[in-house]
Design a protein around this ligand. Structure first.
Ligand code: F6R
Length: 254
């Protein structure tokens, strides 16, 4: 079931997405959180930090697995996803460092690293909630448009459109890594709940295509239409503009 929650702006998206996450943590203090990076979840992370600081929630028994990491960037590189997670969440909450997991971007043997990460995910006994953003091309994690849906963690070649989109964080386009390690679509689909966050007009077309169009690996996020549990979509009015025009009945006000 897909539940679309409309928020007026990005700030309100952060608040409503944080509520969804907080409910999971309150119900299960040792929840396994599947986490994402990028601009979409930043507002949610800052709300979760506030909730943790005011004692509403605690991450002391929470475990986390991130979706992806760039190949070639060390943990302390300021564009690595490990650095991002520490800066935007982990350093400000009571989560234990040893309970946080990301693929290693500097691994010598990507194949072995993918296997290791598969084992990490498996050993957690299931992801309680998986946070996702959506790429301009419909990717989830770094699962780019393809002829098939990936099952487990894999080494992926980033598409030009993803490299273009992510070059906004780097001094020059040449500095954007061209490969990443990403959790597979199969692992995302095995989680108990999905929280998809989309902000801004740039996501409006692809969000409609993913949630209402044909299910195809050419739009990886479209597989969420087949998700067994609940997919909560927290999005702002700009990201929902096409959906509100074509499927107004599907959108719930926050
Ligand atoms: C990030 C990730 C990506 C992003 C997507 C959207 O860990 O896996 O799929 O969620 O590229 O990025 P933003 O939020 O920056 O628009």
């Amino acid at each position: 079931m897909i539940k679309i929650i409309y928020s007026y702006n990005a700030e309100n998206v952060g608040v409503s997405a944080a509520k969804v996450m907080a409910d999971v943590i309150k119900n299960k203090p040792d929840a396994v959180l599947g986490l994402a990076t990028g601009s979409s979840p930043i507002g949610m992370y800052s709300e979760l930090i506030k909730m943790c600081k005011n004692g509403e929630i605690s991450f002391k028994d929470v475990r986390s697995v991130n979706l992806d990491e760039y190949v070639g960037l060390s943990k302390d590189h300021d564009q690595s996803y490990s650095y991002f997670m520490h800066k935007n969440l982990f350093d400000h909450i009571d989560i234990k460092e040893e309970n946080t997991n990301l693929p290693c971007g500097l691994c010598k043997d990507p194949e072995a690293e993918c296997k290791r990460y598969d084992k990490v995910i498996e050993s957690m006994g299931g992801i309680d909630i998986q946070v996702l953003g959506i790429g301009n091309n419909g990717h989830i994690g770094f699962n780019e448009p393809s002829d098939y849906f990936s099952l487990g963690t894999g080494l992926v070649q980033l598409t030009d459109s993803t490299i273009d989109a992510n070059s906004r964080f780097f001094a020059t386009r040449d500095m954007v890594p061209t490969q990443a390690l990403s959790m597979g679509v199969g692992q995302i689909m095995a989680s108990n709940k999905v929280l998809l966050i989309a902000i801004g007009e740039g996501k409006a077309e692809i969000l409609e295509k993913a949630l209402f169009g044909k299910v195809t690996p050419q739009v990886p996020a479209s597989i969420l239409q087949f998700f067994k549990g609940e997919v909560v979509v927290c999005a702002d009015r700009a990201a929902l503009s096409v959906i509100m025009k074509k499927h107004p009945e599907a959108v719930k006000a926050n």
